[in-house]
Design a protein around this ligand. Structure first.
Ligand code: ZN
Length: 158
């Protein structure tokens, strides 16, 4: 399994609308595997296909170690409540902002076997799901940030 290059902020690939996956080919499965390797190496909680230069509606999320969720054509079907938290992105290193996200979301997606499933997330998982699904529509977290953290605040966090 290969580690893929993570596209950085400023690359127009991050601003494109991704196309749905119509057939789960061996190439799609390999992409999911490589995205997992890449996410682990980067120590992130989520990664979307456009972040590795692939304009397809695919994302992975792993909030609890070992509990990786693979999402093909994910859609948020319901959301509830609100949370205000500090958010960052593997494609936007060194920058953090405060976003408002739903406290709970329910997402419907397809798995690598082609089966539809639903996942409910709360707190960090809800945030990660929203963040990764936004990437599939060319949205970056700072578009939604109510405020970006200053350099001093970031140093205080570390
Ligand atoms: Zn991101």
């Amino acid at each position: 399994m290969a580690t893929l290059n993570i596209v950085k902020d400023g690359d127009e690939v991050l601003r494109k609308i991704c196309r749905p996956v119509t057939e789960i080919t061996p190439r799609i499965k390999r992409l999911l595997d490589d995205m997992k390797t890449t996410l682990h190496k980067a120590n992130g909680v989520g990664l979307a296909a456009p972040q590795v230069g692939v304009l397809r509606r695919i994302a992975i999320v792993e909030v609890e170690e070992g509990e990786l969720i693979e999402l093909i054509n994910p859609e948020i079907i319901s959301s509830e409540g609100e949370q205000e938290e500090i958010e960052g992105c593997l494609s936007v290193p060194g920058r953090w902002g405060i976003t408002h996200r739903p406290m709970k979301v329910k997402v419907r997606a397809t798995d690598r076997n082609g089966d539809t499933f639903e996942v409910e997330g709360e707190g960090l998982l809800a945030r990660a799901l929203c963040h990764e699904i936004d990437h599939l529509d060319g949205v970056i977290f700072y578009d939604k940030a109510v405020r970006m953290l200053s350099k001093e605040e970031i140093e205080g966090e570390e």
